[in-house]
Design a protein around this ligand. Sequence first.
Ligand SMILES: [Zn+2]
Length: 171
Amino acid sequence: MPITPFHFGPGALIKVIAPRHFSWTIFALANVLIDLEPVTLFLLIGDPAHPWLHTLPGAIAVAAAAALFGRRPCEWILAWWNRQLSSGWQTRWLVVETPIPLSTAWLSALIGTFSHLGLDSIMHTDVEALWPLISGNSVQGLVSLDMLHGLCVAAAVVALLIFISRPAIRP
Ligand SMILES: [Zn+2]
């Protein structure tokens, strides 16, 4: 599957561990942007390949696009989200910090694309994550797909448990 929500689990875990230094929204955007590659290629040639963006320079380029052009739209989405919350428990539990500092955007975007390459390298034979430094893919199949998905879901579950148990530190 070219776009998988499993990538978002580890991002959620990072978010609850370092909420003020990590933007899950930018992280998610970077993950979606990088997978425009296999989606577009699938629509054009029927093959969801990963030849350019799923490489070292490709991942940096996508992260730059997400950090530089995605920051404002992500802030608008977060502000819109906050406006939908009614006072009381929703505000207490679900309100989010709106500003995304540029350094946070860069860090989150890079974590997004690099973690994406890591997971995709295990999933797809054609992903050459370290090209042009290292060609080929020596980690494909290192962990079974079920195990990989299980770990991503487990990360999301742990993130949820931490989120529920630490309301006092939530911004
Ligand atoms: Zn991908």
